[in-house]
Unconditional design. Structure first.
Length: 608
């Protein structure tokens, strides 16, 4: 083993950053699966086997696959494929570990509140790092915590000075209206305030919700769950154009993960950063020769730069190159062909010429947001013994999961499944499919359905799954073995399931159980709720003269609003919204004793 310090600035394979390495072989059964993974020595320092990074190691080969893009090839998998053995992808595009860390820091910043320190740089408390030198000293008129340094006596506040709310009593009403599908202008009218005030209060409510949820979700890091089952999916939202002469929309991708058993949504992250000045980045990128640097070594690797985005649009595959149809085979090919043509494998974001970059802030490469999302989950459940992930059919999501949970996958403590669920079915079609399933169960068991117990239905379903696992469905250019799920419900009338980890190490009954419980229903329920009860997330409406350009009536012009409204709704959904059982997701997970009153979130720490 050797230290990672003292290496060249741009090695052939990016070195780990903050203990994170997302590059390497993606086949869990390969002996090189953990070859690049950093480990901690007895002193807690991160080290890596440098031999695996060197050319001629016999493990990996790096070669360019496009302008500024390189791929890493697993030589072990290549040998197996030449010998006629079944292996998954033998190569993946190189990614920037630094970009993953930057994105992880962005989406997890609320979980790491900084300890207050004296603003006096010459104070002995800062020089000597005197513990406990800062004490609370009442509150300001606006409600911020007032602090005082016990060493130099300097007074300061815990937050930047903000304008005092003129009508703090309507904050609760505004939050309730936001989660009740009331448009911004109607909120301003009902509360007798300006739209600017509404936006100011949304920012305030967003901070309150973040702080409230962080205070409870930090406890998850030390909770010793035996098993956790997660459902992960993505949602695409669109911001409206801001210039009449350029009527192109900006697509924003949001990824969310919900607990299968409780419905608790642990994170809802968007690939947009509104805190960054795009013009400053563009100028700096031009000055440092960013476009001449390989993508995985760029300073701004996580950001969609303007020139990079324009090159993407020019390289789009033509419509005749894409398969037509709604089958599983068509969907797999559609999701992979564009990536192959654009040398952007694992990106999982496909724009067209009706798209544009946001007017403010920066758009983040979606693969980095997805990777950061899974690393955030890894942090929250670091004390959990085993994890199981059920994910939407998405090459980038699969890569992000394997990158974050690599060690647990190798140890057999984490498994992942891809799900392709049928959509756009009418209610009548769903009812017919569910009726066919019930009839099939009754015929196979030889007992009328009304006489069957839940365990009887489980046994029949497992037997069907075991039969189908003997003859799985294979899709060209897809390494997964798919089966048609025998179950049917109104939420998921038809679905296909494939394991992306080595579940064959488990006994047959265990495999059948995992396939049977595979679902995206909990996270899809959250998406359905936010579309139904938030105007910003409502589906668009078009006119016959739009010619492909869509104006989203209630959508945001500033993509930052998706992040804020999404978090406000997530907290309300988890803690305040009761299910039919009378319990909120937070209650079922053990993070709350009862439904949380909105005022406890709004007036957290009595800040107004």
């Amino acid at each position: 083993m050797g230290s990672i310090s003292g290496q060249q600035q741009h090695p052939r394979i990016p070195l780990p950053v903050a203990g994170i390495q997302v590059n390497g072989c993606r086949n869990p059964t390969c002996e090189s699966f953990l070859a690049l993974t950093p480990v901690k020595n007895s002193d807690g320092a991160v080290e890596v086997s440098l031999g695996a990074y060197e050319k001629g190691s016999g493990l990996f080969q790096v070669s360019g696959t496009g302008k500024g893009t390189s791929s890493i090839f697993c030589l072990k998998c290549r040998e197996k494929k030449r010998d006629g053995l079944e292996v998954g992808a033998i190569s993946t595009s190189l990614k920037s570990n630094q970009a993953v860390v930057e994105e992880l820091n962005r989406i997890s910043r609320h979980l790491d509140p900084k300890m207050p320190s004296c603003p006096n740089a010459d104070c002995d408390s800062n020089i000597g790092n005197v513990a406990g030198s800062v004490k609370r000293n009442g509150r300001t008129a606006s409600g911020n915590q007032r602090l005082k340094c016990g060493v130099c006596g300097k007074g300061f506040t815990s937050r930047p000075k903000t304008r005092k709310h003129s009508k703090p009593h309507i904050d609760i009403q505004i939050l309730k209206l936001l989660v009740s599908k009331v448009p911004i202008r109607r909120i301003a009218f009902l509360c007798d305030i300006s739209t600017k005030t509404v936006y100011d209060k949304i920012r305030f409510l967003y901070r309150q919700c973040q702080e409230f949820s962080a205070g409870r979700e930090r406890d998850l890091e030390n909770r010793a769950f035996r098993r956790m089952y997660f459902c992960t999916d993505r949602q695409v939202v669109v911001s409206n154009w801001t210039k009449r002469e350029d009527k192109r929309n900006c697509d924003i991708y949001g990824i969310a993960t919900a607990c299968k058993d409780t419905g608790y949504v642990f994170a809802f992250n968007f690939n947009f950063d509104g805190s960054v000045d795009a013009e400053e980045i563009e100028k700096d990128a031009e000055a440092i020769g960013e476009y001449e640097t390989p993508r995985h070594h760029r300073k701004y690797a996580r950001v969609w730069l303007r020139q990079e985005f324009n090159e993407y649009l020019k390289g789009l595959p033509s419509k005749q190159d894409l398969p037509v149809g709604g089958s599983l085979k068509d969907e797999v090919q559609i999701r992979t062909l564009a990536d192959q043509k654009l040398n952007l494998s694992d990106s999982s974001e496909h724009f067209d010429r009706t798209n544009i970059l946001p007017p403010k802030g920066v758009l983040i490469h979606n693969e980095y947001t997805m990777m950061a999302h899974f690393f955030l989950l890894k942090r929250l459940f670091q004390s959990t013994e085993k994890t199981r992930f059920f994910m939407d059919l998405d090459s980038g999501m699969k890569a992000a999961y394997l990158s974050a949970f690599r060690e647990m996958v190798a140890e057999g403590n984490s498994d992942g499944f891809l799900i392709r669920a049928a959509k756009n079915k009418t209610v009548d079609e769903k009812e017919k499919i569910v009726a066919r399933f019930r009839k099939m169960v009754s015929v196979m068991s030889g007992v009328p359905l009304r006489s069957l117990t839940y365990q009887d239905i489980v046994d029949v379903s497992n037997n069907i799954i075991l039969e189908r696992l003997q003859k799985p469905i294979r899709i060209p250019k897809s390494p997964e073995k798919w089966i048609e799920h025998p179950g049917a419900s109104m939420a998921e009338p038809e679905k296909m399931v494939a394991a992306i980890t080595d579940v064959e190490r488990l006994d047959r009954e265990h495999q059948a159980n995992l396939y049977r419980i595979a679902t995206l229903a909990p996270v899809d329920r959250f998406f359905m709720k936010i579309r139904r009860f938030s105007t910003y997330f409502e589906r668009p409406f078009t006119s016959g003269t739009s010619k492909g350009r869509t104006w989203y009536g209630y959508s945001a012009y500033d993509p930052t609003m998706y992040t804020m409204i999404g978090e406000i709704f997530r907290v309300y959904y988890n803690y305040c919204s009761e299910k039919k059982t009378g319990q909120t997701p937070a209650m079922r997970l053990g993070l709350a004793r009862g439904p949380v009153e909105v005022k406890k979130i709004v007036y957290l720490n009595n800040r107004r």
